[in-house]
Each structure stands twice: as C-alpha cells, then as structure tokens.
Design a protein around this ligand. Structure first.
Ligand SMILES: [Zn+2]
Ligand SMILES: [Zn+2]
Length: 132
C-alpha cells in the first residue's frame, strides 16, 4: 500500500499491539475498520461508530483511500463534534489520521472520560450498562 499524498510505500509500526501502516514521509496513519479503538485510550463508547455515523458523502477529504485506490475519502470529525477531522473510506471503512492526530484523539478521549456530564458520553455509558 502506498500513501496517496506522497506516493511513498507504507511502513509498519506497532501501536498498542496493533500492526498499523503509516507513511514514513508525512507520518499519516492508515487504519483498517475496527483498529481505531484498539490503538487509542480506552473508553466505554464506540468511538469509531460515533465518528462515522453522520458522515456527509459530499464532504471530501481530498485524498483517495490507500487501500481502495480509486475510492475518494470523505471528511469526518472524531466523535462527530470534535474539531479533529479525519479521512474515511465508506467502501472499506478505513480511517486516515494525519500526523499528530492520534495524540489529539487520545486527549479528547481523556476529556470525554473525565466529563460525566457530556451528553454523548452519558449515552455511551447508559448503553454499556444495559443488561444485554
Ligand atoms: Zn504520506
Ligand atoms: Zn477504502
């Protein structure tokens, strides 16, 4: 797989036990479906789902998916309301993080975990406590 921005072959790196592909040039990271929650700080909700549920197919990210090649990625915001914008491929459900965004996401999760008044967080906790 190649970075669609730099045309450079991805390298692999271990983040929290997950073998992720990243671009050695721009330091962007490509995540397959389900990998985002594995490499970020733990939280009760499904952060991946919370980020992609409201995606707008017209809002293009400006980069093709490194995996699907001819599929354009759309712009999504991490957990919908944050100002961290990520690339999302609706075909393979892959997610693109620019350099440094993993750290921003972890900070946002810490904030979410520390703020029990946060509506989205309350919903997540509520759902997690349901007995099924
Ligand atoms: Zn790159
Ligand atoms: Zn894709």
């Amino acid at each position: 797989m190649k970075c669609q921005k730099c045309d450079v072959e991805f390298k692999k790196r271990d983040i929290q036990g997950v073998n992720v592909e990243y671009c050695p040039d721009c330091l962007g990271v490509f995540l397959h479906h389900g990998e985002l929650r594995k490499i970020t700080h733990k939280t009760t909700g499904d952060i991946e789902y919370a980020s992609i549920e409201n995606f707008d197919p017209e809002n293009l990210f400006g980069m093709n998916c490194p995996l699907c090649r001819d599929e354009k990625m759309v712009k999504i915001n991490f957990v919908s309301y944050s100002d961290i914008s990520l690339g999302y491929c609706s075909k393979c459900k892959g997610i693109w993080l620019d350099k440094g965004e993993l750290e921003l996401i972890n900070k946002e999760i810490d904030k979410l975990n520390m703020d029990p008044e946060n509506w989205e967080h309350s919903i997540c906790v509520f759902l997690a406590k349901l007995p099924f």
